[in-house]
Design a protein around this ligand. Structure first.
Ligand code: DC
Length: 224
């Protein structure tokens, strides 16, 4: 099996490029952030204070998280209910970010991620795929961009659904998530030693994709 890890901060465009790349290569795209978001949804929806580590740890295994693929689309199932369309809000983003700093929560989600890579050729995106989840991934990309550019991209996405949203608030949230994701003690967001760093601040989506396809093909041609 071939695995490609794409890590990087919020709003770097990981999922957009991973989806396109996966189609191009015929790989499965697996979004690991959706697992953390499903956990976040569980705690928010059940009104359990996830900032209380004791409560969080004691309730973790009640969150029965599974997923299925409908065509290429990864649908998230929580305790039998399809929650895919409810996990993209800011509230869930912030909860997922906080929860993901807790070692027990990361451990709880680790096997599901590793198992995916044993079953099919996969492109997985997240924060610690190249460093922790799949340290032997065939290709590791660290996708990043200036925080203002990332916030602007996120703002444009969110504005389609929420007309009242303000750029300044999105920027603040992206900065806060960066802080949570990079400063946590366990599996912080850092590039793996053997990751190729791609900075997309000045790149269009097309140029980013072309660049990544070249990198990936160079590494995996002959392995398929
Ligand atoms: O990629 P995303 O924004 O959907 O991820 C939501 C949160 O989950 C993010 O703030 C950090 C966390 N996360 C993580 O810690 N490790 C991963 N592999 C993926 C996501």
């Amino acid at each position: 099996m071939i695995s490609i890890a794409i890590d990087g901060p919020a709003g770097a465009g990981k999922s957009t490029v991973a989806k396109i790349l996966s189609k191009e290569l015929g790989f499965i795209y697996f979004d690991t952030g959706a697992l953390y978001r499903a956990l976040g949804y569980y705690f928010v929806n059940n009104k359990i204070d996830y900032t209380n580590v004791h409560l969080l740890v004691n309730n973790l295994n009640k969150a029965d998280i599974t997923f299925k693929f409908v065509g290429n689309e990864q649908r998230m199932i929580l305790c039998g209910e399809d929650i895919t369309d409810s996990i993209r809000s800011n509230q869930i983003s912030m909860a997922a970010s906080r929860i993901s700093a807790i070692p027990e929560a990361r451990e709880y989600l680790l096997n599901a991620q590793r198992e995916m890579a044993t079953k099919s050729n996969v492109i997985m995106d997240g924060r610690d795929i190249g460093t922790v989840v799949l340290p032997y991934a065939n290709v590791k990309i660290f996708l990043t961009a200036d925080v203002r550019v990332r916030a602007w991209r996120r703002f444009r996405q969110l504005r389609q659904k929420d007309i009242g949203i303000r750029y300044i608030d999105v920027l603040k949230q992206v900065k806060e998530r960066d802080k949570n994701d990079t400063e946590r003690e366990i599996s912080p967001l850092v590039p793996a030693k053997d990751a190729i760093i791609v900075n997309t601040t000045m790149l269009t989506l097309n140029r980013t994709i072309n660049k990544l396809i070249k990198i990936v093909r160079k590494r995996i041609d002959g392995k398929k």
